[in-house]
Design a protein around this ligand. Sequence first.
Ligand code: ZN
Length: 153
Amino acid sequence: MTVDSMYQEIILDHYKHPHHRGLREPYEVEVRHLNPTCGDEITLRVHVEGSAEEGWRVADVSYASEGCSISQASASVMADLVIGKDIDAATAVYEDFLTLMQSKGQAEPDEDVLEDAIAFVGVSRYPARVKCALLAWMAWRDATTQATEGSPT
Ligand code: ZN
């Protein structure tokens, strides 16, 4: 099995069996993001715990999404990677994934950090598909920023 087909397999598996899917309570912020070039949509909720002083933790991320296999699989992988992490650690993963998607297939991703998200390295060669892969991550980043910066101290 080549690396490419192994990565394809990972993406298909998340597409067919998405993790953490469905909208759950409690949550602080819900956002809806669209990728009009492909027709992908996601409604995403974040539940954070903590405070500005002691730091925030991603207690839960839940979502409802429609669209292509890349966007669906990416939402599943994203939820796996951020739930349960401190915001700083989750944001570091987000930034690594962003760098990977901007690499045009040239990056050598760190599997210890990105886990299944390394499977998207091939996607980074196709600018139109990059938007599909980033949709859920952008939605998470948006909702998390609102949840942590918008709440009273
Ligand atoms: Zn798409």
